[in-house]
Write a protein that binds this ligand. Structure first.
Ligand code: UDP
Length: 330
């Protein structure tokens, strides 16, 4: 199968390209390198291009002739989406429409979309199932929910394109072989910030809020290893290949850890006792966000291999040490 991967030079995209390559798929990455890196694309060619450039997209589709598209390319920083909503709607929605128009023009009938647990906002029930209402609480989540609705409407139009939308929970960790990992400037995510603090890049780690209605007062999240998440995309491709219907799936392990538990685990795994300070709540953080993952296990036959917080942190830590060493050499 020939798979076009938008955003294949980014964090989750590059791990998925690696798995696709290892599992015998022909892969082509389309990425504008705004946050991705050419060195992260380990299989297939990289076309440096923007989804706003429909002519280039058409050229790539006519030459590569993809059987399926996996669409990662998007902006992902929630606070930035609050400050710059148009930037997010333009890239995450308008540019996705460009891509979908070309997908339709070329008759590609399989489409995998990177969605997010952010579509749920603050869910009424945890673990949250795919049936829960879409109530995003920030522009980033709105863009993901909007594209999900567009995909649903395309499906209802009967045009023949089928899609799988994967709603990611908290993605973390790195390639266990150490070839690729998270490499964005100014990360906001907890595990990355914690390992960077352990490494000495930051003086201290802030815990945003200790008065949540959870057992230790800090927020609970479902942390999923990036390789298990990448495999879910390949399981989704296989599902569509076998004739599966369009659908949406949560991607998480179905259980969570509090911020304090994660911080303790990072200290244990790294062996570094860094400074931690309690800070005010961050706006828009739900107290708990955990996936009900029964559907993805049943329908896509997804079998996670790395459901182990210490392993997630270990791979993130090893990558962080290696990546900073690489940067110093450059
Ligand atoms: N968090 C924290 N300190 C940090 C970064 C994050 O306390 O330096 C908390 C954040 O408030 C949330 C949890 O860690 O409760 C996970 O946040 P992250 O940004 O990693 O992912 P999100 O759940 O927002 O997608």
């Amino acid at each position: 199968m020939r798979v076009l991967v938008t955003g294949g030079a980014g964090y989750i995209g590059s791990h998925t390209v690696k798995l696709l390559g290892e599992q015998g798929y022909e892969v082509l990455t389309y990425d504008n390198l705004s946050t991705g890196h050419d060195w992260a694309v380990l299989y297939g060619d990289l076309v440096v291009g923007d989804l706003a450039d429909k002519e280039l997209l058409r050229k790539v589709f006519s030459e590569f002739k993809p059987d399926a598209v996996v669409h990662f390319a998007a902006y992902i920083v929630v606070p930035e989406s609050v400050r710059e909503p148009l930037k997010y709607y333009r890239n995450n929605v308008v540019n996705t429409i460009n891509l979908l128009e070309v997908v339709e023009e070329f008759g590609v009938d399989k489409f995998i979309f990177s969605s997010s647990a952010a579509v749920y906002g603050i869910p009424d029930e945890v673990p949250v199932s795919e049936e829960a209402p879409l109530r995003p609480i920030n522009p980033y989540g709105e863009t993901k929910a909007t594209v999900e609705r567009i995909l649903r409407d395309i499906k209802n139009s009967g045009k023949g394109m089928r899609f799988v939308s994967l709603r990611y929970f908290n993605v973390a960790g790195a390639d266990p072989e150490g070839k690729i990992g998270f490499a964005y400037p100014n990360p906001t995510h907890l595990i990355i910030r914690a390992v960077k603090t352990a490494k000495g890049e930051y003086d201290r780690l802030e815990i945003y809020g200790t008065d949540y209605p959870t057992p230790d007062g800090t927020c609970i999240r479902d942390y999923i290893h990036v390789v298990d998440l990448s495999q879910a995309h390949i399981d989704a491709l296989r599902y569509l290949q076998e004739g599966g219907e369009s659908d949406v799936f949560n991607c998480g392990y179905g259980h969570g850890y509090s911020v304090k538990e994660v911080v303790e685990a990072v200290k244990r795994v790294t062996g570094v006792d860094f400074e931690v300070v309690e800070a005010p709540r961050r706006e828009g953080d739900p107290p708990a966000l955990v996936a009900d993952n029964k559907k993805i296990k049943r329908v896509l036959r997804w079998e996670p291999k790395f459901d182990d917080l210490d392993f997630i942190i270990k791979t993130a830590w090893e990558w962080e040490l290696k990546f900073s060493a690489q940067n110093q050499r450059l």
